[in-house]
Design a protein around this ligand. Structure first.
Ligand code: F6R
Length: 608
């Protein structure tokens, strides 16, 4: 996710900004840039790729000046490129802005500004902000920023400087993080604490809607109602290592806890003014009608999301969908032709098997819609249409937040298809969007409420030879993801079965104490699930249920019940996967494995 660092003080700004950006590298980024003002001259340098490219370029020609802003960008609008990198300037080149977040209404704002004569160089939503501030600028950058942010919808943290007022640095925090480091001789706004650690222990945490006006000697903070407010100064207690994980022990657990936010962002990005609108990232009604077959392909966790996507498309859009593992589909696609749509799902957008299957299908004339998290990735570039996940960078090898945002993208796609094919009316589509919007708070409540139970359970299962995951229907798909998560970071043999299938052979593997994790969210399948639990319990299994705590039948047959809130059946994997992610995490920790970098695995598997 993007990182912001600013500086105003009595030293050269370049060094603390670059040092701060270096400490934010862990957030993931694909380009970096910096603006500094000196003698009312604004100089900006931006480079796609590693921060070192920017540093090398600045070594040749350093920026002088005691006020500046810097940024590491994780592409969301527009590919990673020099021109899409931040800072973005107004047309006159007098205002410089760095932005972290999403401007939801950037298109109407851009159209408005184009009508007023503004030109745009980049594909980003952020460039709109620089020109919007310019539009409002009369004689005060503070008023211009305050007016501009009134027009912005979405999530954003900003840092703004202008040659017109070279002694003022403005910061804004609105649903994207921004903290202010207090220096002996100035201030440093930043996205996160690690950027500040080398310079100060004193920090002010801003509240949503705060606008901060800083000079070398003063700081004024205004709340969302433009009232001048005080924000307490706090001492930073973290060391660098824990700070980059924002206080979490591992990236995996941090990413699990990011899910409420990224789910919210993912839905927000699929809507305009709250109404589902995938814009150019999807097909027209005529195109949807023209597809005679639809396939979904992917690998690993992304495939598990794709399988849930199949159910959503078939249920909502009434179109049949085939799912196939990418490494298999590459070699066997007898029915793929120019009337086929291939949906590929890939967090990294670089997975060799997925790319190969997609290229093969394209050769046969199929159209490709990609669901990916990485803007400008190979899969994104080669697909006909792209829906982004907006999970932000996923650093832990074991995928968590990418899975839930892939689900959101697939649900949104299924609804778009359903609407255009006439399988669902607008009102019903919006009802589902409303239900999806509620998921974020349900996920948050679940993550906040379950605390220590996973540690206890992990201790109990950590020495098991094998662990089984059972589910019926969509719960089986969620169980597959749970089993994969556990096996890749605990190295325990974990396998998922459709609940009814176990008795056809694999039940022979159940011994005294074998853990069997049962996912039970589907209202019409609870009784059958209970019967299957009884079967394994009779053979000595240690039974865990992830489901409704109020169901006496489930409680009776389970040694442990992990309660989860029940949501509509199709949306349930977003919820039921969470306890499985947490259990996998705690088991890996209990065993003492390298949670974020499990053996033999890579984050992006680019080889076939
Ligand atoms: C599991 C995991 C892998 C990936 C798979 C596909 O936690 O991360 O199974 O899901 O390698 O990767 P992407 O989504 O990058 O194509």
């Amino acid at each position: 996710m993007c990182g912001i660092v600013g500086y105003i003080g009595s030293k050269n700004a370049q060094e603390p900004i670059l040092e701060g950006l270096t400490k934010l590298e862990y957030r993931g980024y694909d380009s970096a840039g910096i603006s500094v003002i000196n003698h009312q001259q604004l100089r900006t340098v931006k480079k796609v790729g590693k921060l070192n490219f920017l540093k090398n370029s600045l070594q040749q020609s350093p920026l002088e000046g005691k006020i500046g802003i810097g940024h590491t960008r994780w592409a969301t609008h527009g590919i990673p490129s020099d021109v899409n990198s931040h800072p973005h300037l107004n047309n006159k080149g007098t205002i410089s802005v760095v932005h972290n977040g999403i401007i939801e209404n950037f298109l109407p704002l851009k159209e408005f500004l184009i009508k007023k004569g503004y030109e745009f160089l980049s594909d980003t939503d952020s460039e709109v902000i620089a020109n919007l501030i310019d539009y409002y600028y009369e004689d005060s950058i503070e008023s211009a920023v305050k007016n501009a942010v009134r027009d912005l919808e979405g999530a954003y943290a900003l840092a703004v400087i202008t040659t017109e007022e070279p002694d003022t640095l403005i910061g804004v925090r609105h649903e994207s993080p921004l903290v202010i480091g207090l220096l002996d001789d100035g201030f440093m706004p930043a996205s996160d604490i690690p950027a500040l650690l080398a310079y100060t222990e004193k920090v002010k945490y801003l509240e949503n809607g705060d606008i901060v006006v800083m000079t070398k000697n003063s700081i004024d903070i205004y709340d969302s109602e433009n009232k001048k407010v005080e924000r307490e100064t706090k001492k930073i207690e973290w060391d660098l290592e824990s700070a980059s994980k924002e206080g979490f022990d591992h990236f995996m657990i941090k990413e699990i806890y990011e899910q409420p936010k990224v789910i919210k962002d993912a839905i927000r990005r699929k809507c305009v003014d709250g109404v589902l609108n995938l814009g150019d990232n999807t097909f027209s009604k005529e195109e949807w009608n023209s597809f005679e077959s639809i396939y979904i392909t992917a690998c690993g966790t992304a495939f598990h999301a794709g399988e849930v996507g199949k159910i959503a498309i078939e249920t909502w859009a009434k179109k049949q969908v085939q799912t196939e593992i990418a490494s298999e589909l590459k070699y066997y696609q007898p029915f793929i032709d120019e009337k086929t749509l291939l949906i590929v799902v890939s967090q990294s957008g670089e997975t060799g098997d997925t790319l190969a299957a997609m290229r093969e299908a394209k050769k046969k004339g199929a159209k490709v819609l990609a669901i990916t998290n990485v803007v400008g990735s190979s899969i994104a570039r080669e697909a006909d249409k792209v829906l982004y996940c907006y999970a932000g960078p996923e650093i832990s090898v074991a995928s968590t937040k990418a899975y839930t945002t892939q689900l959101i993208a697939l649900y949104a796609l299924a609804l778009d298809m359903a609407k255009k094919l006439g399988a669902m009316d607008e009102e019903k589509v919006q009802n589902w969007i409303a239900k999806m919007n509620n998921l974020s708070s349900t996920v948050e409540e679940l993550l906040d409420s379950q605390g220590e139970r996973y540690k206890k359970l992990a201790d109990h299962i950590k020495d098991s030879k094998s662990i089984f995951f059972l589910g019926r229907g969509i719960d089986y798909l969620s169980a597959k993801e749970g089993a994969l998560k556990l096996k890749e970071i605990s190295y325990i043999n974990s396998v998922a079965f459709p609940s009814g299938e176990l008795k056809h052979g694999s039940i022979a593997l159940i011994e005294d104490g074998t853990p069997v994790i049962n996912i039970i969210t589907q209202s019409n399948l609870v009784d059958k699930a209970i019967s299957n639990i009884k079967e394994v319990k009779a053979r000595g299994a240690f039974t865990v249920a992830i489901g409704d705590n109020n169901n006496d039948g489930i409680k009776e047959v389970s040694d442990v019940v992990i309660p989860i809130p029940l949501v509509d059946d199709i949306l349930a994997p977003v919820i039921s996967v969470l306890p499985q992610q947490l259990l996998a995490y705690e088991t890996s920790v209990a065993i003492g494995n390298d949670v974020d970098k499990p053996r033999n695995l890579a984050k992006a598997v680019t080889v076939e």
